[in-house]
Design a protein around this ligand. Structure first.
Ligand code: UD1
Length: 426
């Protein structure tokens, strides 16, 4: 098992560069199969979830290669329409292949993803949308199978919750569904806008991405494209917390300020000074972290994917902070581990009450999921002594070269061990 040792107590200082977005890169890779031809995606991060999506594309018949930060997908031949269980269980975002496969081939079979560390995470909204567009759905032996019937046509779909994945899956299917599809209560995340931009560059006709109503006029065919993935706002937010928690002074490159509004607001509230210079952001941590409250919400609310990292920061706050998690039902598994480092946190249902302490202590801790792992590394950067974070395979799913990047700005972090085990999650 691999672990990361964090030797805490060093102020971070210097420049760090954010990679392309994991959560924009995964649907973009799925979208390449919409067009028979060769598409090129720039700025795709090199991390475990991307490797899984590439494996999935290859299992469907695509030829995929990486050229530095770009991934080139040759989707001329789709030879299978089935996403196997061993890939879906490894990464839930594999279900994003379903909308693209249905659009391209009229059929798709995807193993049911099941639950994961942060909640049960059903895909009922994806299925409701597919059915509304005329897809016949059957559920056999743990697999969801979709077939385009003769009656496939655009429709209005109301999402009971603005699910990111359901919005993406439906957008992909609707690109070539005859007629007009309207997604009401659509997710508004920047990753949705990025996918719509890519799909429109392939010949799709999508309007309203980034608002609650997305309108898609079906076209006959999509064409290959070249598309650059947006920067990862969660990685940027993680580095902002790293600067703040170590009283550091860090310049973060490749950021888009308008994607970071809720994170900038909260990190300013705890007393950090933030300056923007185009696509560069400077974060100077405060001498004393102020407490504040956090309420996770779909975009443009505060992202659930930054909740754990903010909790690490608020453990050192001047008073009491209340964190409400409204997106996932089981996303406080980092609480006990932070507690082992000296944090004072009590949970009450979907709320965590964090009473600031003067210092954290380095101990052995276990990452339960991707962002929980990031939170433990951040806590370790500020803690006295050595924090040994286990379950690093979770962190590898979503951060590109995290330790190298942190080392360049003065963190003392080292990885030990060799075995990499694939895990399920976000
Ligand atoms: C995406 C992100 C993930 C992020 C999440 C919320 C990717 C690859 N992952 O996940 O990092 O934490 O958005 O911002 O982009 N739900 C249902 N039925 C459905 C679909 C979702 O009840 O059919 C529920 C989920 O259980 C969850 C909530 O809706 O409680 C949000 O899920 P969703 O927005 O779909 O998240 P993902 O797309 O899975």
């Amino acid at each position: 098992m691999q672990t990361v040792k964090v030797y805490g107590g060093h102020r971070l200082h210097g420049e760090i560069t954010v990679s392309g977005s994991k959560n924009a890169g995964l649907p973009a890779l799925a979208a390449t199969i919409l067009a028979p031809g060769i598409s090129r995606l720039e700025s795709v991060p090199d991390l475990a979830d991307v490797h899984t999506m590439i494996e999935l594309l290859r299992s469907l018949g695509c030829k995929v290669k990486r050229e530095d930060k770009a991934i080139i997908v040759d989707a001329h031949n789709i030879t299978s329409t089935e996403a196997p269980y061993n890939l879906v269980r490894r990464m839930r975002a594999s279900v994003l292949i379903m909308g693209a496969l249905l659009s391209r081939t009229g059929q798709a079979k995807v193993a049911m993803p099941g639950g994961c560390a942060i909640g049960t995470r059903p895909i009922d909204l994806h299925i409701k949308g597919f059915k509304a567009l005329g897809i016949e759905i059957s559920n056999n032996y743990g697999c969801i199978e979709g077939k385009a019937s003769g009656k496939t046509a655009g429709a209005t779909v109301y999402l009971d919750f603005p699910s990111v994945g359901a919005t993406e899956n439906l957008m992909m299917l609707a690109t070539t569904t005859p007629g007009i599809t309207v997604i009401e209560n659509a997710a508004r995340e920047p990753e949705i806008v990025d996918l719509a931009t890519m799909l429109n560059s392939m010949g799709a006709r999508i309007n309203g991405a980034g608002t609650t109503t997305i309108r898609i006029i079906g076209v006959d065919q999509l064409y290959p494209t070249n598309h650059r993935i947006i920067p990862d706002r969660i990685e940027a937010g993680t580095f902002m917390v790293a600067a703040a928690i170590t009283k550091g002074n860090v310049v973060i490159k490749n950021t888009l300020e308008h994607h970071l509004c809720p994170i900038v607001a909260k990190i300013s509230e705890i007393g950090a000074k933030i300056k923007n210079y185009g696509e560069v952001m400077q974060v100077v941590g405060p001498m004393q972290i102020q407490s504040t409250d956090i309420h996770t919400l779909p975009y443009p609310g505060f992202p659930t994917d930054m909740q754990a990292q903010m909790m690490a920061l608020l453990t050192l706050g001047s008073g009491v902070s209340v964190i409400s998690e409204t997106v996932f039902e089981n996303r406080f598994r980092h609480v006990n581990e932070l507690g082992r480092m000296g944090a004072k946190i009590r949970t009450d249902g979907s709320k965590a009450i964090v009473k600031g302490v003067d210092r954290l202590y380095g101990v052995k801790v276990q990452a339960s999921d991707l962002r929980a792992g990031a939170a433990l590394i951040l806590a370790g950067l500020a803690a006295g002594g050595v924090t040994e974070v286990n379950g690093i395979n979770h962190i590898d799913r979503g951060y590109e070269n995290l330790e190298d990047k942190l080392r360049k700005i003065g963190a003392r972090v080292a990885r030990t061990g060799t075995v990499k085990k694939q895990v399920i999650g976000e």
